[in-house]
Unconditional design. Structure first.
Length: 169
């Protein structure tokens, strides 16, 4: 790693990750520090035989105390920080925005961005972790104004659809 790469990585530039790679640490926090192997299907059916796919633990990546502390910080971001638009009445929601400049030849674009928001709901008994992402949004510079309201709309629907009990008064 070059010195400049270490420096830019400290504020989130110069790093290429997939949405799945971004969401994995958040699902570990939601599982109180235990990382789970991702899977897409509940079962595989071949030649009339059904193979159930069950969750598998990869391992503990942080302590329960650390996971709880970071989760509380994520709630604070929604309640008092740059993600207030993710607040859903009746639930403690935690999350974090990301606004990344798009790399171009010789540096970074001054007018192209990637917006992301990863949220957990409800934070104290998670039903889901979800990432919303928009490449090169128009007329909005920061993720707070683009992907956070989108996340909230989808999350609110999921909570109602699955009848997730409210966790706060």
């Amino acid at each position: 790693m070059k010195e400049i790469d270490a420096a830019t990585a400290s504020f989130g530039q110069g790093i290429a990750v997939t949405p799945l790679q971004m969401i994995m640490p958040f699902q570990a926090l939601a599982n109180r520090g235990v990382l789970m192997k991702p899977y897409i299907v509940k079962a595989i059916v071949r030649d009339n035989e059904r193979e159930e796919i069950s969750p598998k633990q990869v391992g503990r990546i942080v302590s329960e105390k650390t996971a709880d502390t970071i989760s509380a910080m994520l709630v604070n971001i929604v309640e008092r920080g740059h993600s207030k638009k993710a607040y859903i009445e009746g639930y403690y929601v935690g999350g974090k925005t990301g606004t990344a400049q798009v790399a171009s030849i010789g540096g970074y674009s001054s007018d192209e961005y990637i917006h992301t928001f990863i949220g957990v709901a409800p934070i104290n008994n998670p039903a889901f972790v979800m990432l919303t992402k928009i490449d090169n949004p128009k007329d909005v510079k920061f993720a707070e104004g683009s992907v956070v309201p989108l996340w909230k709309d989808i999350a609110d629907f999921i909570l109602k659809y699955y009848q997730v009990p409210k966790t706060r008064k």
